[in-house]
Design a protein around this ligand. Structure first.
Ligand SMILES: [Zn+2]
Ligand SMILES: [Zn+2]
Length: 474
């Protein structure tokens, strides 16, 4: 807690004025003027209260010691345990620009369009649960300076001959890339950070702990080396592209190796260790059964990203209201031949089967967080090099696939039935009509499963953070 010099009350960061403000006497102070004894810049550390969720092990940091009554990661309403710890000081911060009221409005505007969403997601009581959390990022910089020599060639045809001219391209490069930022928290999903990106680095300020007063922060637990090669590759590719676009080089193909590290040598690429920065995010979680959904709002720009599950009752009602007139109209306009009806239901069955399998594949990927490199890094840091390589591309085992349900059976049986009827080609039309009806019933059961699975896809598995002994990083 930061004490008000006037009355001893609690100073908190006020978004509207970008100043610290006393709850009690409304005194305003510049954040840089207010420090605690232990905030001293020299030792590179500062004191924080660490709140830990007893259910999922999720951690959030605060400079206040007041009680936290719910967990933002798993949505549990429970008193979080707290203790004091020293944390590494970030270098920079983008302070919150969007007030909680503005964030709530942006969220409500988005949910107004989500007509099939459960009503709870639109209740004021729920919406008030938005919590301001600073998410840690690694901000990398790259510089490239010096003389560059590249080999190139140009091929052209003259009569029956193909000529290749060879070139030595020389020039000077002076390129700088700043604030290439990557999610430094394994608990904050990469998919969320991508959806609410970008942050405008022009709003970046030098960090001082009092900015956190009244807010929370997530821990930076992803190794800063994780994204280094990505950053270098990106800088090299961008610079090479810029060189290629120079008028003099237009028709020349650059034949030098285009991969790191040889290209890094050619371009004099230097990438020092990244800076710790904090970006502001309004964060809310919605828990239903063993699934959790997140709503996030970019605390600087107000961009909203939300997991929106479907209320099945609302959805079915909507579909029936829409499908009934379409069906009646079709029935009125066309008379279907028996074989054609069966072909139609066969196609539907194939379509829904594929849709179901694609969906299950997505659910598996999301639950195993195969594309989340920060998370994969934490999970497998013992088994891989610092880059957390390859875990994103692993194939999902079929057993994992089946665990997610057998909703595909309806469509599969429908397909087999239709093929069986076509092979035996019975004389009576009734076989075809009966087969079509049975097939459609199978398709319908798969469609129901697809909607249910959609809700799984729109939400997340309850998190479980493995903090290994808790105090070891203090
Ligand atoms: Zn005061
Ligand atoms: Zn929790």
């Amino acid at each position: 807690m930061y004490e008000c010099p006037n009355c001893g009350g609690n100073l908190k960061f006020d978004i509207a004025t970008q100043q610290l403000k006393c709850d009690y006497c409304l005194t305003q102070k510049d954040p840089y003027e207010i420090t605690k004894e232990k905030d001293a810049e020299e030792n590179n550390l500062f004191d924080v209260t660490v709140f830990t969720c007893p259910q999922c092990g999720g951690e959030i940091l605060s400079t206040d010691t007041s009680i936290a009554e719910f967990c933002s990661f798993c949505g549990a309403s429970t008193i979080l345990t707290s203790r004091i710890r020293q944390e590494k000081r970030p270098s920079y911060i983008i302070p919150f620009q969007q007030t909680k009221a503005a964030c709530k409005q942006a969220y409500i505007a988005k949910m107004r369009r989500a007509i099939f969403a459960p009503d709870e997601l639109k209740h004021e009581k729920y919406i008030d649960g938005f919590r301001g959390i600073y998410i840690p990022y690694w901000a990398y910089s790259v510089s490239q300076k010096g003389s560059v020599h590249l080999k190139g060639e140009k091929t052209y045809r003259k009569g029956d001959y193909v000529y290749t001219d060879h070139y030595d391209l020389s020039g000077d490069i002076d390129a700088g890339y700043h604030d290439l930022s990557y999610d430094a928290s394994s608990s904050f999903s990469d998919t969320i950070s991508e959806k609410i990106a970008p942050f405008d680095v022009k709003g970046t300020k030098r960090f001082t702990p009092s900015f956190l007063s009244g807010f929370y922060a997530d821990t930076a637990d992803v190794d800063s080396r994780l994204y280094r090669n990505d950053v270098i590759r990106l800088a090299n590719a961008t610079s090479l592209d810029a060189i290629r676009k120079q008028a003099e080089f237009r028709d020349v193909t650059i034949t030098d190796k285009k991969t790191a590290p040889s290209l890094s040598n050619t371009l004099h690429t230097v990438c020092p260790s990244p800076e710790r920065t904090l970006y502001p995010v309004w964060f809310m979680s919605y828990r239903k059964g063993d699934r959790v959904a997140y709503a996030t709002v970019n605390g600087q720009t107000g961009k909203v990203a939300a997991d929106i599950p479907i209320d099945i009752r609302k959805y079915l009602l909507g579909t029936i209201l829409l499908a009934l007139p379409v069906f009646l109209l079709l029935n009125f306009l066309f008379t279907f031949k028996p074989a054609f009806t069966l072909v139609l239901s066969l196609l539907l069955a194939v379509f829904t089967l594929v849709l179901y399998l694609v969906e299950i594949n997505q659910i598996c990927r999301q639950d195993l967080r195969t594309e989340d490199r920060g998370f994969q890094f934490k999970q497998f840091s013992n088994e891989t090099d610092s880059e957390g390589k390859n875990h994103g591309k692993e194939k999902i085992p079929p057993t994992e696939f089946l665990k997610y349900g057998k909703g595909f059976l309806g469509s599969l049986i429908a397909i087999l039935l239709a093929i069986w009827i076509f092979i035996f080609n019975p004389v009576s039309d009734l076989w075809y009509y009966g087969g079509a009806i049975a097939s459609l019933a199978g398709v319908l059961s798969t469609v129901m499963a697809i909607i249910q699975k959609y809700n799984v896809l729109a939400t997340r598995k309850l998190p479980q953070f493995d903090r290994k002994g808790g105090d070891d990083r203090a």
